[in-house]
Design a protein around this ligand. Structure first.
Ligand SMILES: [Zn+2]
Length: 311
């Protein structure tokens, strides 16, 4: 079994903001240039993802949500909220972003690859079941997790979200589900304003949401401590069958949208800790890009993350 599949398609570059916007195609171009420069792509299997069918989008989103995005695209509505744009090309890009996760689940569950990395946009973790939000149209990781539950009957999936923003959408979709344990480390207060320690899940999902709201200027060593002392012990008792990473890189010290102090190596360290946890049981890791808006910091951090995933 090969270690790492790398899912990417140029279709993600066609989702372009109608005006200057931090979430734009140059993010993926910078990452691809870095990976080419480091000859990294020769070391992994490059796979073009298929667009997800609407049936799979509907596992995580309401019919109204899907129709709203579809009509907004058709009508060239541009702005769905103050920072979430769509153009004509956004529909296929968004379906393919979600499809990267669906394909990843098949690849790891059929043991074609141990892990996958999805280089995609638009990102997903702010998209709630019933609304697009914060640059996100469909919640890619949530669609992947729902698909793994439906198709492969998994009942213990851990989603670890280290994007600097709280993944309100992912939390919303799985708030009452013990089948998915959602972990988030994020700057607080910051957009979108959710993600307090008191948000722990409800009903059967109670205590399957664990938030780490962190003050501005938190360093990487504090993230590592949380992994060591809180997240890894929870994973040991939860025994996930699959780990999905909402891998945003905007907690980097050079990121223009937030104020944390992580450096490239901190993302490598967090990846190592998750990987060490999975290695004895061969638990698959599916990692999907979320945020990250300083192009150099983003490209270098993704490269460090990938080197560990492929090691
Ligand atoms: Zn973010």
């Amino acid at each position: 079994m090969q270690k790492l599949a790398f899912l990417y398609d140029d279709i993600f570059l066609t989702h372009k903001p109608p005006f200057s916007h931090p979430e734009n195609p140059s993010r993926l171009e910078a990452i691809m240039n870095k990976l080419k420069q480091e000859s990294f792509l020769e070391k992994v299997e490059l796979i073009k993802p298929d667009p997800a069918s609407e049936e799979y989008i509907l596992l995580a989103h309401s019919k109204e949500h899907v129709n709203y995005v579809k009509t907004s695209v058709k009508q060239n509505r541009f702005m769905l909220d103050e920072d979430t744009y769509v153009i004509k090309e956004s529909w296929n890009a968004a379906l393919t972003a979600a499809g990267s996760l669906v394909n990843s689940v098949d690849l790891v569950m059929n043991k074609k690859f141990l892990h996958t990395f999805c280089l995609l946009r638009p990102p997903g973790h702010h998209a709630e079941s019933n609304r697009p939000m914060g640059f996100c149209l469909f919640n890619n990781v949530a669609i992947g997790a729902k698909y793994a539950i439906k198709k492969y009957h998994l009942d213990r999936i851990a989603i670890i979200d280290w994007d600097v923003h709280h993944g309100n959408g992912t939390q919303d979709i799985f708030y009452e589900s013990p089948e998915v344990y959602y972990f988030s480390l994020h700057q607080f207060p910051l957009y979108p304003g959710t993600g307090t320690e008191n948000e722990k899940g409800e009903g059967k999902g109670k205590n399957f949401t664990l938030n780490f709201p962190l003050p501005a200027y938190t360093k990487g060593e504090h993230y590592i401590k949380i992994f060591n002392e809180r997240i890894i012990p929870e994973l040991l008792s939860y025994k996930p069958q699959l780990i999905v990473l909402s891998a945003g890189f905007d907690a980097h010290k050079d990121d223009p949208l937030a104020n944390m102090l992580l450096v490239e190596n901190d993302f490598a360290e967090m990846t190592k800790m998750v990987k060490q946890f999975t290695s004895s049981e061969n638990i698959p890791i599916i990692s999907a890009l979320e945020g990250g808006y300083n192009l150099n910091a983003l490209a270098n951090s993704v490269y460090e993350h990938l080197k560990v995933l492929n090691s």
